[in-house]
Design a protein around this ligand. Structure first.
Ligand SMILES: Nc1ncnc2c1ncn2[C@@H]1O[C@H](COP(=O)(O)OP(=O)(O)OP(=O)(O)O)[C@@H](O)[C@H]1O
Ligand SMILES: [Mg+2]
Length: 328
């Protein structure tokens, strides 16, 4: 019986084995060495989203254990349940039991978004890591390794996942296009790469969205899809704030976050990009604004409240606007 199923391409094209992971050659070579020696330290995967951290972990597990990988792996998301309980219960329960595989003398625990764990939870985790080192290896994944406490960092081999290079993403898009029977000119894949900023998930999602519009993925189609994900309204908000209209800017900002499903971090990053590319602002103004983008992006990565920070950011922009035309 055949059944038409909607598939998300990021899952459909997720590499299964380590050899299929693209553009992270040094990391993959080191992971392959762990597979052949069947021994490894605890791992810390750090880097931008969509660069292959979860994928490489799963591929490592499949290469290590073959078909029985699921029996040997515990996957947890630290941000599901911030705090200490997750470390104390699920990890301990899994870690306590003997290893199942006859070939490999340890089991694996993958802790995604480990940087969401509180410091207390991280200290508890560190102790758990030590208690079960004889039969469990941890692989922690995070965007920022600086948010992981030093005692954990020093117990792990650290792998830094870089944004994927242009040629890697362009080739990936070409390969998917062949499988999906799409036509994709070079200029379109280059445009998608630019919009993805080296995030493979984002590049694949853009291509899938384009494919819903046309089989011939022209530059116009890509632009249409990308501009929806990068609303130019954000730029309008900055102009409003510069003109001193704080309240309208603030209201519009909340509307846009909801309408496009953007996080505060997405918004700041796109604003930064749009300021940089703006034909209306001179270099001095750009530099001032971009300095604040950096500051507020950092605060958001540290977990500050999005709405409070975005409003504070807009307030800074209003003040910059006042400096420009103090009479207003
Ligand atoms: N290096 C890569 N080679 C091939 N495909 C990749 C690679 N990195 C990411 N992808 C694609 O992007 C999707 C998302 O990647 P993955 O889940 O590994 O990202 P991540 O680094 O764990 O991101 P996050 O920080 O958001 O968890 C994968 O399912 C796969 O389709
Ligand atoms: Mg991941």
């Amino acid at each position: 019986m055949s059944e038409v199923k909607f598939e998300v391409w990021t899952e459909k094209y997720r590499p299964v084995t380590l050899s299929e992971v693209r553009g992270q050659d040094e990391i993959i070579d080191r992971l392959k060495a762990f597979v052949s020696s069947k021994s490894m330290p605890h791992l810390l995967f750090a880097g931008m989203q969509g660069t292959g951290k979860t994928t490489s972990f799963l591929a490592l597990a499949k290469d290590l254990y073959g078909d029985e990988w699921k029996d040997n792996v515990l996957e947890l998301n630290a941000s599901d349940d911030r705090g200490i309980n997750i470390v104390r219960t699920s990890i301990k329960d899994f870690a306590r039991t003997k290893t199942v595989s006859e070939k490999v003398p340890f089991k694996l625990i993958f802790l995604d978004e480990a940087d969401a764990l509180t410091k207390d939870a991280q200290h508890a985790l560190r102790r758990t890591m030590e208690d079960y080192t004889s039969n469990v290896r941890f692989c922690l994944s995070c965007n920022y390794s600086s948010k992981i406490i030093p005692p954990i960092q020093s117990r792990c081999a650290i792998f830094r996942f870089r944004p994927l290079k242009r040629e890697v993403i362009v080739q990936l898009l070409k390969d998917i296009a062949i499988r999906e029977k799409l036509i994709i000119p070079e200029e379109s894949s280059t445009y998608i790469y630019d919009a993805s900023e080296g995030d493979c998930r984002k590049a694949e999602n853009i291509l899938q969205a384009c494919s819903a519009i046309a089989e011939n993925v022209t530059l116009d189609v890509v632009r249409e899809v990308v501009s929806f994900a990068e609303p130019t309204e954000l730029y309008e908000i900055i102009k409003l704030a510069l003109a001193g209209n704080f309240k309208s800017a603030k209201d519009k900002m909340s509307d846009i976050l909801v309408k496009y499903g953007l996080s505060g971090m997405d918004a700041i990053r796109q604003i930064q990009k749009q300021i940089w590319n703006s034909p209306d602002f001179d270099d001095k103004l750009k530099v001032k604004l971009i300095k604040f983008c950096g500051e507020y992006e950092y605060r958001l990565t540290e977990g500050a409240n999005e709405f409070v920070q975005l409003n504070a950011f807009l307030a800074e922009v209003v003040l910059i606007g006042n400096e420009l035309s103090p009479t207003k």
